[in-house]
Design a protein around this ligand. Structure first.
Ligand SMILES: *Cc1c(COP(=O)(O)O)cnc(C)c1O
Length: 391
């Protein structure tokens, strides 16, 4: 018999009742160290006092009003994002998937309005993840996500990750847009090189193609810069943001240049909930904390400590782990043993990790994880590896 909750997830049996910082308390009272952070969502840890205060203060005033009216909390957060990034304008969504929908619509509308209505083809990459809507699964192209859900939205193709010849051959003056995660999350924590992002920017500029960065997972401080593409010194025309920006409140955004957004006039797009006062009050507090040089420097310091420890684990458990991947606190352990077995063994050590494609174990702790918790995580990962070796 089907469960009351549609059974689309492979869930572990634990349920959590309370969170504090990088720790979660299960129903049985036991505590788990959380290196998943709701898949890069709880960017400032669980029950962060500053976020709780921002949320409850706004909750006592006004939760929701329609976008039929001005929303000052939304204007404030949009201005913060515009001030800190390449973007001139922002649209708020509730999720990364919805951000993908708008990014695709915006790119196609741009060319339509520039008298190139047939310029609809969007280039994406193998291993990509952009969400679960029909546009987002068409962009990913992954068999697991698209099978049985056809007909797929037309106009998407996937190139091999990092293949310079393939992208040179693929981008033409008929291409609508290129969409890429500067650091692939679900695809196995694969970091695009600075040179590759620069090549994409150059080819897009030469052909009038729009460049879309999906920073839903790697953005909002996770790499040690506010956005991952800043490391490469390359900016997109359109950028998708979600996950970490709400710190646990469902919030997403599309950031764009004035040029790329020029087709999105009144009536062309909308959202009932997107950018409501509650979400934007929390988002503004997250931004206030994360978009601070000292905070971002601390992310890089913690990341260096974590990474060094992980390199040690790879050296001491060569039959379990193969290599460390990632940038900042979006880290992956490429595994020799099966990643799903390691995730399970880590549960036994009361440590939460997330599997990714390419047999990778994903580590996405809160950006403000204390150094002592990183040391504890490394000790638990060591014991996890010993369990796998003993099995
Ligand atoms: C999670 C994710 C999405 C989809 O976001 P949802 O909020 O789950 O809709 C899109 N792109 C990337 C890179 C993601 O990691």
């Amino acid at each position: 018999m089907i469960t009351a909750v549609l059974p689309t997830y492979n869930r572990a049996p634990m349920a959590f009742v309370k969170g504090e910082g990088s720790w979660l308390t299960a129903e049985d009272g036991s505590r788990y160290l959380d290196l998943g952070a709701g898949i890069a969502v709880n960017s400032l840890g669980h029950a962060n006092p500053a976020l709780v205060a921002a949320l409850t203060e706004q909750a006592g005033q006004l939760w929701h009003v329609s976008n039929l009216y001005r929303i000052p909390q939304q204007e404030k957060l949009a201005q913060m994002l515009v001030d800190k990034t390449f973007a001139d304008t922002v649209f708020f969504t509730n999720s990364g998937t919805e951000a993908c929908e708008l990014a695709v619509k915006m790119a196609r509308k741009y060319h339509y309005d520039n008298d190139m209505a047939d310029r609809v083809d969007i280039i994406a990459f193998e291993g990509a993840f952009h969400g679960r809507s029909t546009a987002a699964i068409a962009a990913s192209g992954s068999e697991k996500m698209v099978k049985g859900f056809g007909p797929l939205m037309p106009g998407f193709r996937q190139l091999k990750w990092g293949d310079e010849d393939a992208i040179r051959a693929a981008i033409t003056t008929r291409t609508c847009a290129v969409i890429i995660e500067p650091v692939q999350g679900e695809g196995g924590i694969r970091v695009a090189t600075d040179g590759y992002l620069q090549l994409l920017r150059d080819l897009c500029d030469e052909t009038g193609t729009l460049l879309i960065f999906d920073e839903v997972q790697c953005g909002v401080g996770r790499t040690g810069k506010l956005f991952a593409h800043e490391w490469a010194g390359v900016t997109p025309d359109i950028m998708m943001v979600a996950k970490g920006i709400g710190g646990g409140f469902p919030l997403g955004a599309v950031l764009a240049t004035e040029n790329a957004a020029s087709g999105m006039v009144a009536g062309t797009h909308g959202s009932t909930y997107g950018g409501n006062p509650l979400g934007c009050a929390v988002g503004a507090k997250v931004m206030e904390i994360v978009a601070d040089d000292a905070f971002l420097d601390a992310v890089s310091r913690k990341a260096a400590q974590f990474r060094q420890g992980l390199e040690g684990l790879v050296a001491s458990h060569p039959t379990v782990f193969e290599a460390v991947r990632g940038q900042g606190l979006i880290l992956g352990l490429k595994c020799k043993a099966l990643n799903s077995d390691i995730v399970k063994a880590a549960y036994a050590e009361h440590l939460l990790t997330v599997p990714a494609a390419d047999n990778v174990l994903r580590l996405l702790p809160a950006l403000n994880i204390p150094e002592a918790d990183i040391a504890e995580a490394l000790a638990r990962l060591d014991r996890t590896a010993l369990r796998i070796e003993a099995a």
